[in-house]
Design a protein around this ligand. Structure first.
Ligand code: GLY
Length: 591
């Protein structure tokens, strides 16, 4: 494809491209297939470009919603809030008003801030609430149904961001979402397939709304959500009613009638937290990212600090020697993530020590250039950190969504939001039309129990009333020579951090454009299990090279994560969109 330099491209959702058609035929063969492998020809791709402003999202209508608001004079935060509410309508698997998220903002005047609207454990939550009388984890209790629900923060967070940092008002920026809910939108092949999610069928309200009681939506059909439209109208009129008014009463009643523990008091005591982002540096770049209760920014910066001591680009993009060093950095950062991170409002966390360059140097001296370090033999350098608390293990899940925004003044918003699992708890708030999260599963349910992905976390992440569960969400903004350079982020559970690191390194070290970087095959290691996950796309020579270095490879997964990113081209000043082609209905939109 030719470079669109100097010209505004048509940014069509990829459903309408040749690749989308290929996807359509794949789905016909396998209706529940969720995403295809990374594009084999990613090195020939070019990013969409816009001159002034851009929104990149997994859903084309959500990206358009943000651009509509930008064109009305909104800034990046107005657009981010518009996109967030639109995602709650058009992307029910992860977009939400029944979940939580993080919004990282960098204003053109250089100020950065982080808005934490992560869910909280209800006040009646207890450390052992997902264990049976024998102390065993009750299957599905923390992932499916009303008991899995944390106090939703999305409405409070988006209203807070709009009021403090937006230029328009909430009612106005919610108009695209209201319209999409009331008038409906056309489902693509992939979206229609996603609505077949089996867990939705376990809850009559979810089955009725998202699966029409078994008369499943077909590709090309309109999906209208009148109950959700009414709820959005109530929020637009008075967002505080979700926490203190009649809407709070209705939400609490819906959860209680399904057997959950969330009360009106939980909603009334929910608070958005505005936090200082974590900041690191990497070879002339400044990396601004998510602080606890996310592990994302700390682990990302720690891994990059370790890698800063190598000349990665000399080793070759995705060559075994380069991948080896990157994986060893991931291994060490994930070990620390496991032991030290949780809700900063409940324990003092050694963030400064973890992202200290001297600590990274000490880690680096233990990395052998020609041999993988088995995780079982990994020992933390002495003298930098307190002894870790005793080990606990916890589940981690993968459905979340990220979007990136830059406005014409250079303000940027990097937003990752989640219901946790795909479609959250699968339970819909009756009469209100929206899905509720299962974020309680991001806590450690029981010490010593292996999780779905083998991610290990410490007692800092045990369940406690009013506490926020540890997240991996990594909304990130990167500066080069002090100027806005990248807006990055992804869903993917524990793989979010390595996804963001892979994308950043592909640009910073390998010179890939942002579309290539987003689509390039990913690799992931999280310390335990001691396995290197590879997406399709690595050559036989590469996998053999990695095995020779001592890695156990897992190549069974088709794909993961969904990078939705922006790069500011320093030569042209144009914004370049990296819209993940693993999915078919996204868009890099702008003007
Ligand atoms: N629920 C996914 C995360 O917060 O990392």
């Amino acid at each position: 494809m030719a470079v669109n330099r100097g010209k505004i491209p048509a940014t069509m959702p990829s459903e309408f491209t040749a690749k989308g058609l290929l996807w359509t035929s794949l789905l016909a063969a396998s209706p529940l297939l969720k995403a295809e492998a990374p594009p084999a020809n990613y090195l020939s791709e070019q990013p969409a470009q816009t001159q002034h402003a851009m929104v990149v999202s997994i859903h084309h209508l959500a990206a358009d919603a943000g651009v509509e608001i930008l064109r009305q004079g909104g800034n990046a935060v107005d657009a981010a809030v518009a996109t967030g509410f639109a995602l709650a309508v058009v992307h029910p698997a992860a977009g939400n008003i029944g979940g939580g998220g993080f919004m990282l903002i960098r204003l053109h005047n250089g100020k950065s801030t982080f808005i934490d609207y992560r869910e909280k454990a209800p006040l009646a939550a207890t450390a052992n609430m997902y264990l049976d009388a024998k102390g065993n984890v009750i299957p599905d209790a923390s992932t499916i149904g009303y008991k899995a629900i944390g106090v939703p923060g999305s409405v409070a967070g988006m209203a807070y961001a709009e009021k403090k940092y937006g230029r328009l008002d909430l009612k106005r920026v919610m108009q695209p979402a209201l319209r999409l809910a009331r008038d409906g939108f056309v489902l693509s092949t992939e979206e229609a397939a996603e609505l077949h999610e089996q867990d939705l069928a376990r809850f009559p309200e979810s089955r009725r709304i998202f699966q029409r009681d078994g008369n499943y939506y077909q590709p090309g059909e309109f999906m209208r959500q009148p109950e959700l439209a009414r709820t959005l109208e109530r929020i637009a009129d008075n967002p505080d009613s979700f926490y203190h008014g009649d809407l709070a009463r209705d939400v609490a009643r819906a959860v209680r009638s399904g057997g959950g523990i969330l009360t009106e008091r939980d909603l009334a005591t929910y608070e958005v937290k505005e936090r200082e982002p974590v900041t690191g540096t990497y070879k002339g770049y400044t990396v601004i990212s998510a602080p606890p209760p996310s592990s994302g920014g700390v682990a990302l910066i720690e891994a990059l600090n370790i890698l800063e001591g190598y000349n990665l680009s000399r080793l070759g993009d995705r060559a075994p020697a380069e991948m080896h060093l990157i994986v060893e950095a991931y291994r060490r950062a994930y070990m620390d993530r496991a032991d030290y991170l949780g809700d900063p409002d409940f324990a003092s966390l050694p963030v400064d020590q973890l992202i200290d360059k001297k600590y990274a140097t000490a880690w680096r001296t233990g990395i052998e250039v020609d041999q993988a370090t088995p995780s079982s033999t990994l020992r933390r350098p002495a003298g930098f950190l307190p002894p870790p608390p005793k080990e606990e293990k916890t589940p981690d899940h993968v459905n979340t969504t990220h979007y990136s925004v830059v406005d014409a003044e250079g303000n940027a918003a990097s937003v990752t939001t989640t219901l946790n699992n795909s479609f959250g708890s699968a339970a819909t708030a009756e009469g209100l039309g929206f899905l509720l999260n299962d974020e309680m599963d991001d806590f450690a349910a029981k010490q010593g129990v292996p999780n779905l992905y083998g991610l290990i976390q410490g007692p800092a992440n045990a369940i406690a009333p009013g506490k926020r569960p540890l997240s991996s969400m990594t909304p990130t903004i990167v500066l080069k020579d002090g100027k806005l350079s990248m807006v990055l982020g992804s869903p993917g559970g524990g793989r979010i951090i390595t996804t963001v690191a892979n994308i950043f390194l592909s640009v910073a070290e390998e010179g890939l454009n942002i579309q290539q970087a987003v689509d390039a095959p990913r690799f992931h290691h999280q310390y335990l299990p001691d396995v290197l996950d590879l997406e399709p796309g690595f050559s036989a020579a590469t996998t053999a090279g990695l095995q020779a270095l001592g890695y156990s490879l897992d190549t069974t997964e088709q794909s993961w994560s969904d990078g939705e990113c922006i790069f500011v081209n320093p030569h042209t000043g144009f914004l370049e969109g990296g819209q993940d082609h693993r999915h078919t209905y996204g868009k890099a939109a702008g003007y």
